[in-house]
Ligand binder design. Structure first.
Ligand SMILES: Nc1ncnc2c1ncn2[C@@H]1O[C@H](COP(=O)(O)OP(=O)(O)OP(=O)(O)O)[C@@H](O)[C@H]1O
Ligand SMILES: [Mg+2]
Length: 352
């Protein structure tokens, strides 16, 4: 079921939290709302599920305008960060509760609970109480309870925030599997870019109540609309250098570093101040525009290692490399920037 927000506006008193937002989530798609704390992610989700009234605009599920109908009538499944299971009820009763409210028969409820428990892999746990479950198991129960009414849309607000690293990984792919199996249209709220990248069909990146860009994860990574978006995606993050366009090059005045630019960009921005962004995979030993700097930080990241390299003017580049290396903190290295993959931004931060 397609979800459409048109000119959605939400205020709390005088504070406009969401200003004229348009958002389309296609049928069967999972879109991640990604952004920093306080940017309006949860507010958007609450409005879609009917907890918040909107101050302007419309919300549609399919062709149906749901803007002014209650949460119950919208048929949404919701999972929040705190799972909010009923502690005194068994897992079975927790999951079946929404159906009990709808006065479905006990046999019917049992049948549906068994079916959904199978799907989220908790059939062994139905007799237990929430207190007797691990965090990941509780999360599965919460998901089962959200799905049992066969909702038209599934809304997930930081569903993995309370889980440890291993469980997060597992639940990421589990939620994705279940979403695929059910074909349900879903919105995932998160401030974790890795979660958004790995789970969503498309990412909507938000700042200050606005969507800055919405596109597929890979496209947002390769073609961010601004330096802000570029900085939000990628771990370790992109590094920026500030300088000017001189001839066909980017030049950093303090160091004299020169990097060839795309001809059209160089021509249209002669002499202008620009900012370039270099992702860690494009600053590597051996090839490219060679840059000298001092290694100030080395961080083992499992299979790969992150090196932070400081240039003479204090700006930094990051490099992510596999394999073993003898490089130590304090060493001066000369590594290459792959100029084909340099992102260029204007003074206002917009990508050129
Ligand atoms: N009930 C409320 N009354 C007044 N202001 C609110 C209310 N709920 C949220 N806000 C404000 O609206 C803004 C957006 O809040 P929201 O909860 O949507 O942020 P968020 O993006 O979900 O952040 P986080 O990642 O921290 O959960 C914040 O400035 C917040 O203080
Ligand atoms: Mg929130």
């Amino acid at each position: 079921m397609r979800i459409l927000l048109e000119n959605f506006t939400k205020k709390f008193g005088d504070l406009t939290v969401i200003d004229n937002m348009d958002l389309e989530v296609r049928d069967g798609e999972m879109v991640a709302l990604l952004g920093g704390s306080g940017c309006g992610k949860s507010t958007t989700l609450f409005a879609i599920c009917g907890i918040h009234k909107v101050n302007g605009g419309r919300i549609l599920f399919g062709d149906r305008d749901v803007t002014n109908i209650t949460s119950q009538e919208r048929n949404v499944g919701v999972v929040f960060q705190s799972f909010a299971l009923y502690p005194h009820m068994s897992v079975e009763h927790n999951i079946g509760f929404p159906l009990k409210l709808r006065k479905e028969s006990a046999t019917e409820i049992k049948r549906k609970v068994d079916e959904i428990a199978e799907m989220v892999h908790i059939n062994e746990l139905l007799e237990r109480r929430p207190g007797e479950l691990s965090g990941g198991q509780q999360q599965r129960v919460a998901l089962a309870r959200a799905l049992i009414r066969r909702p038209d849309v599934l809304l997930l607000d930081e569903p993995l925030a309370n889980l440890d690293a291993t469980l997060r990984l597992e639940m990421r792919s589990e939620i994705r599997r279940i979403q695929h199996e059910t074909g349900i249209t879903a919105i995932l709220v998160t401030h974790d870019q890795v979660e958004a990248m790995s789970m969503a069909d498309r990412i909507a990146i938000m700042d200050n109540g606005k969507i800055l860009q919405i596109t597929e994860p890979k496209d947002m990574y390769d073609n961010p609309v601004s330096d802000y978006v570029a900085g939000f995606l990628g771990s370790p993050p992109i590094a920026f250098l500030n300088g000017k366009v001189a001839g066909t090059n980017f030049v950093e005045p303090a160091t004299g570093i020169k990097i060839p630019l795309n001809a059209a960009i160089a021509a249209s921005h002669k002499g202008m101040e620009v900012r370039i962004g270099i992702r860690p995979e494009y600053f590597q030993p051996g090839t490219g525009v060679m840059i000298k700097g001092k290694v100030t930080l080395i961080e083992a990241q499992g299979r790969e290692t992150l090196y932070v390299v400081m240039l003479p003017d204090g700006s930094i580049l990051r490099s992510i490399q596999g394999g073993n290396s003898t490089v130590k903190i304090g060493d001066v290295v000369e590594w290459g920037i792959n100029s084909d993959h340099v992102l260029v931004f204007n003074q206002d931060g917009a990508k050129l």
